[in-house]
Design a protein around this ligand. Structure first.
Ligand SMILES: Cc1ncc(COP(=O)(O)O)c(C=O)c1O
Length: 390
């Protein structure tokens, strides 16, 4: 919790920062594990840390998640995987989409798990692995209805048999992705197709190169939470780990991310004076303005101008005028004790009040996924850990 006139939280040379509470992420993982129930074996958890852990910092977050019981990591690209290979130590890291052929050597050398969807991808990976005299770990992605990436369901068995024939490849899993993970009917329809694919290839009796059973996975956060039938051997969870839901504040999870800035300038204006680019906001009373060094270049959408609110000394205050590239103004008239150096919270909690990313998502007609990813453009991140995960 940021208290009034708090000292700098770190040596960051900027009065604006994103704070990540790692204990919230641990707590969220433990809640998600509880959702999985007591059935044995419980589904494994693949922590989705792509896009720099949805803006939370992949290296720091992955380390905490692996130490707290996640057994797999998932990323979007070879580069994202290579960047966390060292901290992930031996943990498997799955790249969730096909990789460019020229990056396959790096992926295999860094022991990254590759997604395959076609004969040509399978053959390209086998070629590179052969030249490297290594074995590549691969996962077959099947399209069960989203029609983004994946092989057609009726092709899955043939591709599995091809992979099994190639000694340079080690098949680890069969998986698919949900188009509407919070809609039971839609999840059930995709799950039925997925289950048929698994049954047709007799996946339970198939073993990989080490004699281990193949893993089947389908569910992302919402389905893993609400639809036990979709969990299979493993769930791929992203958003919920960060304490977020797509368009509303979670009742059970704790958001890990906060966005804060310090007032670097205070200015008094008269009633009737207007402020900022375009002079779009006019004071209806004598007004005290506080400026913070955060703008749209930091990932705060300009469309939030004169709409978002902040927290200052435990009070809600209004942002006024256009958000500019590096700065924005707040009406701090009702916090007369405010001084330059005080912290304004844009996202996060202060004195029991909370502003959630979902509130911005609703105003912008988007989802928290997008907004969390955007806040990493140039804001430094500070990692905190609250006692008892409070
Ligand atoms: C293939 C795949 N699996 C799992 C996830 C995680 O989804 P969520 O963040 O909703 O848990 C994503 C996220 O976009 C994904 O693309």
């Amino acid at each position: 919790m940021v208290t009034h006139r708090q000292q700098a939280a770190s040596s960051v040379r900027r009065d604006a920062w994103v704070e990540i509470d790692l204990s919230a992420i641990e707590k969220n993982l433990s809640i998600i594990k509880n959702w999985m129930g007591t059935e044995q074996p419980a589904p494994q958890i693949m922590a989705v840390v792509k896009s720099d852990a949805y803006g939370h910092g992949a290296a720091q977050v992955a380390e905490v998640l692996l130490a707290s019981g996640a057994t797999w990591l998932a990323v979007a690209s070879v580069d994202e995987g290579s960047q966390i290979r060292e901290i992930a130590s031996g943990a498997p890291i799955l790249i969730l989409s096909p990789s460019p052929f020229w990056a396959l050597g790096t992926a295999i050398s860094d022991s990254l798990d590759l997604t395959v969807t076609s004969i040509s991808e399978i053959e390209a990976i086998a070629d590179v692995a052969r030249k490297l005299r290594m074995c590549a770990r691969v996962h077959l992605k099947v399209d069960t209805g989203m029609h983004r990436i994946g092989c057609p369901p009726e092709k899955a068995k043939e591709l599995v048999e091809l992979i099994e024939k190639l000694p340079e490849l080690d098949l680890k899993s069969i998986y698919s992705h949900l188009a509407i993970a919070d809609d039971e009917e839609s999840v059930r329809a995709q799950n039925n197709i997925f289950s048929t694919v698994l049954k047709d290839m007799d996946y339970e009796s198939r073993k990989n190169a080490q004699g281990a059973r193949l893993i089947a996975h389908l569910a992302s956060s919402d389905a893993a939470h609400h639809f036990p039938f979709s969990r299979h051997d493993l769930v791929r969870v992203g958003l919920n780990l960060y304490g977020l839901e797509a368009t509303k504040n979670s009742k059970t999870l704790t958001p890990a991310l906060a966005l804060r800035g310090r007032i670097n300038h205070i200015r008094d204006i008269e009633e009737g004076e207007a402020v900022g680019y375009g002079l779009t906001w006019t004071a209806k009373r004598p007004t005290r303005l506080g400026n913070i060094p955060i703008g749209y270049a930091d990932g705060v959408d300009r469309k939030l101008s004169s709409r978002l609110q902040g927290l200052l000394s435990g009070k809600l205050i209004n942002q006024v005028g256009r958000i500019s590239m590096d700065q924005m103004l707040f009406d701090i008239t009702d916090v007369p004790e405010a001084q330059e150096g005080d912290v304004i919270t844009l996202i996060g909690e202060e004195n029991g009040l909370r502003i959630g990313l979902s509130e911005w998502a609703v105003m912008l007609d988007t989802i928290t996924y997008e907004l969390a990813c955007r806040l990493r453009v140039r804001l430094p991140r500070i990692y905190t850990r609250r006692r008892n995960g409070q």
